[in-house]
Each structure stands twice: as structure tokens, then as C-alpha cells.
Design a binder for this molecule. Structure first.
Ligand code: GLC
Length: 745
């Protein structure tokens, strides 16, 4: 590395003395000056009012720049799945632009289900290009809150139940976005795992659980992804609002992790002036105008960090210490984004983005069950395929809350199948059930009228009649991002299918022997009807190209390689949450807040089910392929590893089936002899490997002491205790193919 550094230094000197014209003008405007030089120069030129001005919103989605110095305002935009349609200056109402129909990329849970870091980088680059083209500086996403309860309304916006998977998958997305000179804003920091009473709920979490489960994905986004901004969440943690939580923002994020970016409040998440000023909030957004449309035009001056802050500074209540830190961070973000050295202009709704959306979504589709290889579909000339269900035709890029999108088009599952078979087979659709027929979500119109006043009996009879002589029956149901069905600010009430879908499945199973059920959802759906279906596919909110992506998998054009990013229980009650106190929390007489106690500790998701030997319907990491893989010769490179060393664990994987495909080899660590209770296994590695039919590859994992550690509260840090460990290598958390013991010295 040293040699390379010398070379580049020489090259720099050479180029500096020859080609670069001497920049005339203030340092902060010099694109070739070091960011920190630009920051200090700009800061020194700003007045007190200008500094305070930068720390608050000036409109619904922008915060102030410094007009006098030619430092632009900062434009924020939702969301994690695509660039939200423009809203009015101070309202949530649509601005009615005609040039802001974006590419809707798959929901982040769909990305997580790919277990593919390359796909995550492609996603980040693509959505970053769209944000750049729309001249946005901060993309309000991705979200990485852990799926603690299957009922959380925003699981679809996040990356599953495991911190290692979420951390590994979020970092490439962040890098891809930021390559475009757009800041990713990782949210919602932190322990924000339910929508119920989200603005008045206090998460009571012990330190070990906080560090082992709820922080790692954020830490990875900051330290591996290099995130330039973070969004504080609405809820409280240990009694303090998270948008100005000293422990989370000052001590951990900016202290321990060395975060040099900007903390943005959630819209309306800032509540207390003094805490906001002293506890690390940098930009206050959406106060009072958080969807309540209560804003008076001058409400921005009343923001907690606007005139009250200026008043406090003038009265000497505050020095400029905190203010200068906030402004340095905001300037740093501006010099990384709108005033970045290399201007680029991004791309919007281009074929490459549509193709990326299609590939990413297809790579995350999970084949749960495939009896007698009923899939992929084998469709003869003139065959009849009956598609049943509202989710086969319902627009899904809308809904869900702030992540909803306006797109130029959306290919639904019915269209995807018609595109695949249209000229060869008869592809007909029947309603099957009526779900949500709203024509607008969060002020984005669907352009659909799904009104249907027929009774369930009539609808089922119609579906059965159509199915009787069909070669294949494909039921497409699930949830739909309407209220309580995967939607911000509303959690679900249970994990079963709504709208009487099970009755339709039961009836269709009676008349079809090639019956495929596609569940489209962003959170776990229990399937008591599992034995009724010959094949079951977990589909997702796949974005603009969702229908084509699903058809690619059903037809075999894409061999499914998706793996579940969360466990799917037989029923909600099997999970780790047993009391109201745990979820949705309890509100004592006189207490302003709901108290949500994370009593289950680290036993979240498969950590709970595996450690307590509770069977699940579908396990974390589960997913079938159209081929199959055998594992052999799993071994450790040596019998033991030192605390400051590493250990290589390798395994041979062979594709023993008829078609090429991807396998996702998963590495879990078990610590059978530990001084404290630890989960039966914890994901610490995964590799996606492509194997042609008959091909074998060796997959090698390299682990270190950090991978073996638990968070030791007594020590206030990570602790890998010497002794025996086991590397569990498998095709899912419930399909361990090899156990490799080794010792930590
Ligand atoms: C919402 C969401 C947040 C979103 C913000 C702006 O309430 O919690 O994810 O980015 O407000 O719409």
C-alpha cells in the first residue's frame, strides 16, 4: 500500500504543478480543496443567524443553505424504494408535477431476501441516480430496523430479523447511493420496531440486546457503508426521545462510531429545544407539519432549533460549540452532495433502472414449497392458466405510507404472466376476493377502480368454475400496503391472510392438482393452508417490474435463489412476544408514554425459535431452487484460533440437479460453553455462489474474534470467551449441513 501512496503523491504533485489552473476565489468554492478546508472556510464566513438557519427546515422537504455565500439549500426526499413525487412547499399535498414519475424499486425486504451484496450495490447506484437527477441531496432511506414482531407495519421497508444480514445488505446500498453525490439517510435510529403509538412509545432495552440486535445494522451502515446521514426515530429509548437522545447520538453514534455526518430528525420527531441543541440533532425537519398540516407559514421560525435557539445563543445560554458542530456536519454533507467536486446528473426512469428493479425483485423471490416440481410452469400450446386474486392486478407501488411512489407504469403479476405466455396460452383472471379498493393512498392516486360488490360466495364460485378446466391455477394474494396491511403508522393485528383469502385457497385446492399460491407481502404471513397448495412462493412488493420478476421465476427464466430474511411462524403466539408489556407496550395511569419492554432480549426471530426449540412454518434463510445442492468436506483450516487471529472455514458445494442456479451458503456460529446464555446460533457469514449443473465450488469463510463475541455488559464491550465454538454451515437456519468444531485460544 505504501508504494502505491508514493506513486499517487508523485502523480498529484506533477498534475498540480502542470495542469490545474490556480483557483481564484474563496476556498469553500474550490471543488479541488479538501472538504474539511472548505468546511472551515465557509463556517468562518457565516453569521450566527445563517448558522442557526441551516439547522431547521424551511419547507416540507428542504432545509436552509446560505444564499449570501452561494451555498445551496438541502433537498431531502423519501424514500427507500424510489423518489417520492414532489409535494407542495409546505403541504403533504401532491405538487402535481408531470415529470416526477419514478422507477419504483423493490421493497427493501425484497432486496434483503436476495442475500446478494452485488444486487444491493446495483440498487443503491440506481436509486441514487434517480435522486441525483431529481436534484435531491438526502435520500431518506434505507431503513434497517429489525423485524422484532411480524406485526410491525413497516417490516416491508426494512431488512429482516437478523442484524448481520441487515448490516451486510445495507452497506452496499449506502455506497451506491453516495457514489452519486447523494447522502443516504439510514433510518429510523433506533429500537423503532413497531408503529403502534410510534411517537409516544418508549423502548426499554437492556444494553446487551441493544448492541447485539438493534445497533449492528446502523453501525455497519456508518462504518462500512460510510453513511453521510442518519434519521432519528419518533420513539424514545430509555426515556429520551431518539431525535435528541444523548446516549444514541452523542455517546454511541458520534462518539464510539466516529460518525461525521448529519443527524436529521424524523418529521416531527424533535420535541425539546435544549435536548435538540445539546444531544446531537443537526437538522430539525417536519415539526408541527408532520402530516398534521397544522403549519402556519411562519411555523419554521418557531422550530425548536430556530428562533428559540437564536434567543438562547444571544442570551448566553448556549455557546456556539454545538452550533458549529452541527453546521460543520451540514456543510460537509453539502460539499459531498450538491457542491461535490465532480458534477454528475444521474438518470431517471431509464431502461437500466427498470431492468435493475426486475433483476433485484426476481432474485429475492423465495420458493417456499414445490411439490412434485410443479414449478417452473410447463405450459403447452393452448394451455389455460387461471390467475386468481386481487393482488394479481392491484397497484402496489402506492400505499405503505411515506415510501409510496408515483410511477409511469407498474407491471402486475397478471400482466407478467400474460407477457410470458400471452401468445401461447390462455391466461385468464378472476377476482377471488375483494381486499382494499381505495383509489388513493397518502394522496397518490392509484388510477384503478377495483370496486366489486359481489359476495365472497359468488366470487369463490366464479373462481372455482374458471379453475375446473385449467392446466394451472395461480392464486396471488397476501397483503397490500393499506392500513394494517404493511403500512406506516399501523401495525397488523395477526399474521394470517386477511379478506377471507383462505376460503378461496381451500376452494381452489379442491379443483386443481397444479395449484400455486403466491403470497405477496412485506412481513411474515402464517400459512395454515400450506398443505392445500402444490407450490408456494413468497413474493414481495417488487416495484415497477414486479409482475415480470415474478413471472421470470414462475416460468423458470430465473432460477429462484431468494432466502427468507425473517422467520414465518405457524402462528404469532409461537413467537418471543408473550405479554402486552413486550408488545404493544403498556401505559400506566399518569404516564405520558407507552412503555415497550424488550424482555425477550436477544431472542428475536430464529434466535428465539431455535433456542427454545419452537418449530416454525418456514425458517429464516429458507428458500428452494429448481436445482439442488450437496455440501461436503466442511472443515476448519486449523484446530484452534488465537483471539487476535482468524479462522478459515471451508466447504465444498455441488450442484447435483439439472439446471444452473445460485446457492446461498450460510455460516452460523454456536458457542456451546459460554458464561452467559447465548442463542443456539447466530448468522455470521453468507456467500452466494453460482453453480452450473454438476459443478462444484469451494466456499470459504474467514471469521475473527468479533464474530464469536457477545456484548458483555459488565465489561461494557464485546467479549469472545476462549473455549469451544462451532461453525454451523447450512442452506438455511433450519437446514444445517455440517458442524465444524474449533477452539478459541
Ligand atoms: C415519516 C417517516 C419517515 C419519512 C418522513 C418524511 O413520518 O417516519 O420514514 O422519511 O416522515 O416523510
Amino acid at each position: 500500500m505504501k508504494r502505491i501512496m508514493i506513486l499517487s503523491a508523485a502523480a498529484f504533485v506533477l498534475s498540480a504543478c502542470c495542469s490545474q489552473p490556480k483557483f481564484e476565489g474563496p476556498v469553500y468554492l474550490n471543488p479541488n480543496a479538501h472538504v474539511e478546508e472548505r468546511v472551515e472556510d465557509a463556517l468562518a464566513r457565516m453569521t450566527l443567524e445563517e448558522k442557526v438557519g441551516m439547522t431547521t427546515a424551511q419547507s416540507k422537504f428542504s432545509s436552509r443553505g446560505v444564499p449570501r455565500l452561494g451555498i445551496p439549500e438541502v433537498w431531502h426526499t423519501d424514500g427507500p424504494h424510489g423518489i417520492r413525487p414532489e409535494v407542495l412547499w409546505d403541504e403533504w399535498d401532491q405538487a402535481g408535477w408531470t415529470n416526477d414519475s419514478c422507477t419504483a424499486f423493490p421493497a427493501l425486504v425484497n432486496l434483503a431476501a436476495t442475500w446478494d451484496k452485488e444486487m444491493s450495490l446495483l440498487y443503491g447506484r440506481s436509486i441514487g441516480e434517480e435522486a441525483r437527477y431529481r436534484k435531491k441531496d438526502i435520500l431518506l432511506g434505507p431503513g434497517v430496523n429489525i423485524c422484532r414482531t411480524p406485526l410491525n407495519g413497516r417490516n416491508f421497508e426494512y431488512m429482516g430479523e437478523d442484524p448481520f444480514l441487515a448490516g451486510a445488505m445495507v452497506s452496499p446500498y449506502v455506497k451506491g447511493v453516495q457514489e452519486n453525490g447523494v447522502a443516504a439517510c439510514v433510518k429510523h435510529y433506533a429500537v423503532n420496531n413497531q408503529e403502534f403509538q410510534r411517537t409516544q412509545s418508549n423502548s426499554v432495552v437492556d444494553d446487551r440486546t441493544l448492541h447485539e440486535i438493534y445497533l449492528p445494522a446502523f453501525k455497519a451502515a456508518v462504518q462500512e457503508g460510510g453513511a453521510w446521514s442518519i434519521m432519528g426515530s419518533y420513539n424514545l429509548y430509555n426515556g429520551q426521545y431518539n431525535c435528541h437522545n444523548k446516549k444514541l447520538l452523542v455517546d454511541i453514534l458520534k462518539g464510539d462510531w466516529g460518525f461525521d455526518g448529519v443527524v436529521v430528525s424524523d418529521w416531527g420527531g424533535c420535541r425539546v429545544s435544549e435536548e435538540a441543541i445539546l444531544n446531537g440533532l443537526d437538522i430539525e425537519m417536519g415539526t408541527w407539519t408532520n402530516g398534521l398540516r397544522g403549519a402556519a407559514s411562519d411555523s419554521y421560525r418557531n422550530y425548536h432549533m430556530a428562533d428559540p435557539y437564536l434567543k438562547g445563543l444571544r442570551e448566553g445560554k448556549y455557546t456556539t460549540k454545538e452550533l458549529d458542530d452541527k453546521v460543520r456536519r451540514i456543510l460537509r454533507l453539502i460539499f459531498r452532495t450538491s457542491m461535490r467536486p465532480e458534477p454528475n446528473y444521474g438518470r431517471f426512469v431509464c431502461p437500466e433502472h427498470y431492468q435493475a428493479a426486475r433483476e433485484i425483485s426476481a432474485a429475492g423471490v423465495v420458493l417456499l414449497k414445490n411439490e412434485d416440481n410443479v414449478l417452473p410452469l410447463k405450459v403447452a400450446e393452448g394451455a389455460k392458466i387461471v390467475v386468481v386474486g386481487e393482488n394479481a392486478v392491484k397497484k402496489m407501488v402506492v400505499g405503505g405510507g411515506s415510501s409510496n411512489l408515483k410511477t409511469a407504469y407498474e407491471v402486475n403479476p397478471l400482466e407478467g404472466l400474460q407477457n410470458a405466455f400471452g401468445d401461447k396460452a390462455e391466461v385468464v383472471w378472476v377476482r377471488g376476493y375483494v381486499g382494499d379498493t381505495s383509489t388513493s393512498y397518502n394522496m397518490v392516486d392509484t388510477g384503478q377502480d377495483l370496486t366489486d360488490n359481489r359476495s365472497p360466495e359468488v366470487l369463490i364460485a366464479e373462481a372455482v368454475e374458471a379453475a375446473k378446466d385449467a392446466d394451472y391455477v395461480i392464486f396471488v394474494g397476501g397483503l397490500n400496503k393499506s392500513a394494517h396491511q404493511d403500512n406506516e403508522s399501523t401495525d397488523r393485528y395477526d399474521t394470517f391472510l386477511p379478506y377471507g383469502q383462505q376460503d378461496v385457497i381451500d376452494a381452489l385446492a379442491e379443483v386443481s392438482d397444479k395449484f400455486v399460491v403466491v403470497n405477496i407481502s412485506g412481513s411474515p404471513v402464517s400459512m395454515p393452508w400450506e398443505d392445500k397448495a402444490d407450490a408456494i412462493v413468497q413474493g414481495w412488493y417488487g416495484g415497477t417490474e414486479s409482475g415480470n420478476a415474478l413471472a421470470d421465476v414462475l416460468t423458470g427464466k430465473v432460477n429462484p435463489s431468494g432466502r427468507l430474511p425473517f422467520s414465518i411462524p405457524f402462528k404469532y403466539e409461537d413467537g418471543p412476544i408473550k405479554t402486552e408489556r413486550q408488545y404493544p407496550g403498556i401505559k400506566e395511569e399518569g404516564d405520558q408514554f407507552w412503555q415497550t419492554h424488550y424482555d425477550e432480549g436477544v431472542y428475536v426471530g430464529y434466535r428465539w425459535y431455535d433456542s427454545k426449540n419452537v418449530p416454525v412454518q418456514w425458517a429464516f434463510g429458507h428458500g428452494l431452487s429448481y436445482t439442488s445442492f450437496e455440501y461436503s468436506d466442511a472443515k476448519a483450516a486449523k484446530a484452534s484460533m488465537k483471539a487476535d487471529g482468524t479462522m478459515k472455514i471451508s466447504v465444498n458445494v455441488k450442484n447435483v440437479g439439472e439446471c444452473d442456479g445460485h446457492e446461498i451458503v450460510q455460516l452460523y456460529i454456536a458457542d456451546p460453553v459460554a458464561s452467559i446464555d447465548r442463542p443456539a446460533k447466530e448468522l455470521k457469514g453468507f456467500e452466494k455462489v453460482y453453480l452450473k449443473a454438476g459443478e462444484t465450488a469451494m466456499v470459504t469463510f474467514e471469521i475473527d474474534a468479533a464474530d464469536l463475541s457477545f456484548y458483555d455488559v459488565a465489561k461494557g464491550g464485546w467479549n469472545a470467551e476462549p473455549g469451544e465454538f462451532q461453525a454451523l454451515i447450512g442452506s438455511s437456519s433450519a437446514d444445517i449441513r455440517a458442524t465444524v468444531p474449533f477452539e478459541l485460544k
